[in-house]
Design a protein around this ligand. Structure first.
Ligand SMILES: Cc1cc2nc3c(=O)[nH]c(=O)nc-3n(C[C@H](O)[C@H](O)[C@H](O)COP(=O)(O)OP(=O)(O)OC[C@H]3O[C@@H](n4cnc5c(N)ncnc54)[C@H](O)[C@@H]3O)c2cc1C
Length: 396
């Protein structure tokens, strides 16, 4: 039975702790806030609810959202249904659920801020609330603002997004996503059980807070959302490059990074909750088997190729053009006419379609315009006749 200390009790740390405690290890989770309203949309895709059905089957407050509206930068709109709902939680509720599970599987959960770590001594040490303690292994699950990266490096501004938004006392039934001209990021409105999480994310090295705030305010007024009793939030979100994963080791002799601290986030959508939980679970299993060094390969087999693929196409998706329009605008216009594309985007959104197998799905099933459009986004087998078609060609 090894002693494991986990810095951070968010989704990554809680799942890792639960896994390890179930395998008989002695686990301490340290979090400065415990269950708190971490700035987040709180949306969980089908991938997450399939892997962790307890997220769906419980009596806690949450919202099951079945429809999404996409809005282009020039205000074209399309609405589509999801084959599986996106489950939207308040983070206080979600973190509480995950920490309770960790605690009931045997973890000791402590409210404490870790200020320093030392991974050079034979047993790694950490300083919490002014007191140094040691463990056999240190798991770093302290999120996107993680300050501890032994033998690794912190995330660079180009690997981060700034986010800001409001928790608004309002109720709606549809998720809204609004794209902006030449902007790497988007605005969202996620309906929760008793309020909305409305926010914006944008690349830290390309956009600044004032720019984000101005786009968000325009959206809020055009959608008639009142921020009178709303609470403002801001945070950072990892947005890894293709090479971030190879340049930043995530495991060492007596430590490992999981969740946002390891940058396991989809740079195209900002989805991080599933990857945080899955990376925590995978590291927990590797540690329980006594082979932490297997963690990167298992993450690769589970999901990191997907994130790398997203990193390859993200700039093209947000900044590229197709037939003279922004790719995001072409997508909205084509989706208005093509039920096949609406279904495909619905599957991507709900997490039942991954990026890496999209190309296979393309073959034979899509009409010419839609097929060319998706090829253009993925940059796969770019058709020579691209310029010959217009977005008004028959879609399906
Ligand atoms: C605005 C915004 C919207 C988002 N929307 C979505 C969404 O809708 N769906 C989705 O899938 N993902 C979303 N994400 C991403 C998602 O929030 C993260 O990927 C996820 O929270 C990562 O989980 P984690 O456990 O790695 O880190 P976190 O959830 O950040 O947890 C880290 C924990 O560590 C603790 N901590 C940090 N430092 C210390 C320290 N020194 N000592 C003790 N404790 C410490 C913190 O208190 C925190 O509880 C969003 C992110 C942002 C910023």
């Amino acid at each position: 039975m090894a002693e494991i200390a986990i810095v951070g009790g968010g989704p990554a740390g809680s799942l890792c702790g639960e896994q390890l405690a179930r395998s008989g290890h002695s686990v301490t989770i340290l979090d400065e806030h415990l269950a708190w309203e971490k700035p987040c949309g709180g949306g969980l895709t089908h991938k997450a609810t399939q892997a962790y059905p307890f997220l769906l089957h419980n009596s806690l407050p949450k919202k099951l959202v079945h429809s999404v509206e996409l809005i282009s930068s020039d205000n074209h709109r399309v609405q589509f249904q999801l084959p599986h709902p996106i489950v939207v939680y308040s983070r206080t509720v979600l973190n509480g659920l995950l920490l309770d599970r960790a605690s009931s599987s045997g973890c000791s959960v402590r409210r404490a801020r870790v200020t320093s770590i030392d991974t050079d001594s034979p047993r790694p040490r950490y300083c919490a609330d002014g007191e140094w303690r040691s463990a056999d292994f240190l798991v770093l699950a302290s999120g996107a603002r993680n300050r501890f990266s032994p033998s690794s490096r912190p995330l660079l501004p180009s690997e981060l997004e700034i986010t800001q938004g409001y928790f608004v006392p309002d109720s709606r039934d549809t998720i809204q996503i609004k794209f902006l001209r030449q902007f790497e990021g988007y605005i969202w409105s996620f309906p929760r059980n008793d309020h909305l999480s409305v926010g914006i994310c944008g690349k830290m090295d390309s956009h600044n807070s004032a720019e984000l705030r101005s786009h968000l305010q325009s959206f809020i007024s055009s959608e008639h959302i009142s921020t009178e009793a709303a609470r403002f939030y801001s945070h950072v979100l990892p947005s890894p490059h293709e090479h971030s994963f190879s340049q930043r080791p995530v495991v060492g002799r007596n430590w490992a990074l999981i969740g946002d601290a390891a940058a396991w986030v989809d740079p195209l959508t900002g989805e991080g909750l599933f990857y945080a939980m899955r990376s925590g679970e995978i590291l927990g299993r590797c540690l329980a088997e006594g082979f932490p060094e297997k963690y990167p390969a298992r993450v690769k087999a589970a999901f990191s190729d997907e994130l790398q693929f997203a990193a390859r196409i993200v700039r093209r998706f947000y900044r590229g053009t197709f037939l003279g329009n922004a790719i995001t605008t072409s997508m909205v216009l084509l989706m208005r006419r093509s039920s096949v594309l609406r279904q495909l985007v619905g599957d991507l959104f709900s997490g039942t379609q991954d990026y890496t197998s999209l190309k296979r799905r393309l073959l034979g099933h899509l009409g010419l315009s839609v097929s060319e459009f998706v090829s253009c986004v993925l940059n796969t087998d770019r058709p020579a006749s691209l310029a010959g078609h217009s977005a008004s060609d028959s879609a399906d």
